[in-house]
Design a protein around this ligand. Sequence first.
Ligand SMILES: Cc1cc2nc3c(=O)[nH]c(=O)nc-3n(C[C@H](O)[C@H](O)[C@H](O)COP(=O)(O)OP(=O)(O)OC[C@H]3O[C@@H](n4cnc5c(N)ncnc54)[C@H](O)[C@@H]3O)c2cc1C
Length: 466
Amino acid sequence: MSEILERLRDRLGDRVSVEREDRVEHSHDYWALTALRSSLGQPPPEVAAVVRPADTSEVSWVLAQCNSTGTPVIPYGLGSGVCGAIVGRPDAVVLSLEGLTGLRHLDEHNATARFGAGTRGSDAEAAVATDGFTLGHQPQSIGVSTVGGWVATRASGQFSTAYGNIENLITDIEVVLADGRVLRTDTVPRSATGPDLRQLFLGSEGTLGVVTEVGFSLIRRPESTAGQAFHFPDMDSGLTAIRTVLQAGWTPPVARLYDSRESLHHFPENCPEDRCALLWVHEGPEARVEVEIDAVSRLCLEHGAESMEPTTVDHWFEHRNRVSPWESFFERGIVLDTIEVGCSWDRAPELYHEAVRACSQVEGVLSVSAHSSHSYRSGTALYFTFLARPGDSSMMEQSYLDCWAAVMGAVSAVGGVISHHHGIGRVRRGYLVEQLGEVGVGLLRSVKSVLDPRGILNPGALIPDD
Ligand SMILES: Cc1cc2nc3c(=O)[nH]c(=O)nc-3n(C[C@H](O)[C@H](O)[C@H](O)COP(=O)(O)OP(=O)(O)OC[C@H]3O[C@@H](n4cnc5c(N)ncnc54)[C@H](O)[C@@H]3O)c2cc1C
């Protein structure tokens, strides 16, 4: 280890940090289980160093050095991933993208912009907002995640129902491969030049390459934004309403349906007990927004809804990115997490009920709830939250794992996908073979062995061991 660190320090100087605090901070992401273990006195191992290249050529050089010595490299955006894709190990270095930030290029005519991969999401959004654009990507973590991290995790924003997810919003990417070679894809709206190489890196969680630049296809800030809200007698009727609206061709960017437990928690002032709140946000040219509001309202009322105060949507806008830290729950003996999954419309009601039922059976569970967070013409994403307080702290980890197993089991039983947007990391790695099949995971391993034959890139994340 000391040999590679010396080599890296020769060129990067104090941008190779071995400060303990720095190493500890970069040896984890925002995975609840790592936080729980740390709170119980079992923090993850620390990486050997944090390396901060300043540009693509330095990333390329660092990777070539690490590849030649077989040194594991963990790419790091802002560590907001929630699946344990980042867990320290003493033989690894973290490659921080914080030196590769900022707007590189904004082309108003073509409505495109390119950023260094380490750019914080909120900074990227602010940089294009001054020219009247939006990225159209609004994850809850926009202030604590990077544009490169969005690509590496196949992220999804709150406005995805109209604008799409990260894979629909980017034009091109620049990626450095494990041996230091640099791949740049073309800045074109679409191509038919064989398989789309960008897809190899979307969701690769740092295991196939390091994203160094991300180009976006921008959206003009809408002329009009308006919200409306309804409450339904149950999840099933609310889901039917969303499906009907989207299949009729309406394109509201936000459609969020909360079960009665979450409705009461988030909107106690506006949503009656035992009802499910459905929030819509409409955006675009004013004339279209007006027509869409009327049509969506009519469809909701036809499906058993009653109107709610439109201020419910203002309340959501104000509070949508607030999250309590894990530790505030752990200190009360409570374990919790969120699990987002996806499925087709015909399975959505059953998946919702089955996951809530199965997870509620886990010993010590206090509550299981969900909302539909992102929807499509053919299906939706369900975002579950569980809280459990087992008898004593030694049972907290088991309780956590049992809750996960219950929800993953429900997906397997009903049919769907084990992650809609948070990714695999370590928390879902054990469930990936069942999801992709032996052929699918075998293909993933083959791709890994070609792109990263020495296995230096983020070992232990995403791809299950052979
Ligand atoms: C409060 C909160 C809210 C969240 N809300 C959302 C949400 O609405 N939607 C959503 O999709 N996710 C959400 N997340 C999850 C998380 O923010 C996303 O996964 C995000 O995309 C991670 O970005 P990051 O820069 O922090 O990446 P990190 O956590 O640093 O890294 C995530 C993974 O990507 C790899 N990686 C990071 N940067 C690069 C790079 N440049 N090249 C190659 N690999 C890289 C890492 O090795 C790791 O495997 C939320 C998380 C939190 C804590």
